[in-house]
Ligand binder design. Sequence first.
Ligand code: SF4
Ligand code: SF4
Ligand code: SF4
Length: 294
Amino acid sequence: MKQPAGPRWLYYRGYVQFFSTLLANSYFLRGLKGFCYPGLNCWSCPLANFACPIGALQYSSISARGNLANGKPLWSVLPLYVLGTLILFAALFGRMMCGWLCPFGWLQDLIGRLRRYKYKLPKWTGYIRYAILIAGVFVIPYYTGEPWFTKLCPQGALQGGIFQPLLHPELRAGIQTMWYIKQGILLATLMAMVFIRRPFCVAICPLGAFFSLFNRWSAWQIKYDAEACTDCGWCVEHCPVGIDPRREVNGANCISCLECQKCPYGAIHSGLRWGPESTARLSKGVPSGSEVPS
Ligand code: SF4
Ligand code: SF4
Ligand code: SF4
């Protein structure tokens, strides 16, 4: 099989993920807690600098109920700042934040390097994350007054749940059943990462669900050239979420990591959707009669 190719900058993705995680958790920029980070990074981690957008949306849902009951108009309770930030990032980059910036996505890539993938999640599991976005982030917090996604989030269990009691021993006396449940969820998620490609991103993450709504329409797009493709299967084997790039680049499950752009035959490119190759070559689909390697 030919060697992977593509522009040099594609090979720095791991470094970008590392520095993104460092930036989000460097402690020294704590004055930025009011800004949303476009990735899943727990706000309550003692080292975290930014706000988690999913946490911010949940607390907006919680406060909206009381504010509406007090007669405030609907527009005034909408989380315009958080939604605006997420929409701006997603409209420009689609899900590239998942592939290049998100600390929890990076963790899944690192564990994925063990290359023990044995299972593939059925396609319908990709819809669970939308249900979690609607129910877990908006509806349930609104009616219960509790941020239920945060209570169960494995990234929170890792960053807040482990580092807080580690750095602040006085908190350990307050550990209750919920802490153990959350750590159990984290353990199960970590185990799943060994055997399934990015399981949390594929099935669970409400932030990824939000970004996926924009992936097909974002300014940055991936372009598949069916004429240059030899059906070697390299891209299918190396896609971190286990989809077939020939069919599903820019789709809801594509995290825009651009790994498939390393195609040895130069059949996959990316760039602004209005670029020179945008219309003629954009996702023409797999040539008929081609085999998709399993
Ligand atoms: S889908 Fe994955 S990579 Fe994207 S925000 Fe969620 S955890 Fe991070
Ligand atoms: S796009 Fe075609 S040629 Fe390129 S890696 Fe994928 S299957 Fe191989
Ligand atoms: S299709 Fe390509 S860009 Fe999308 S997730 Fe797979 S490898 Fe990454």
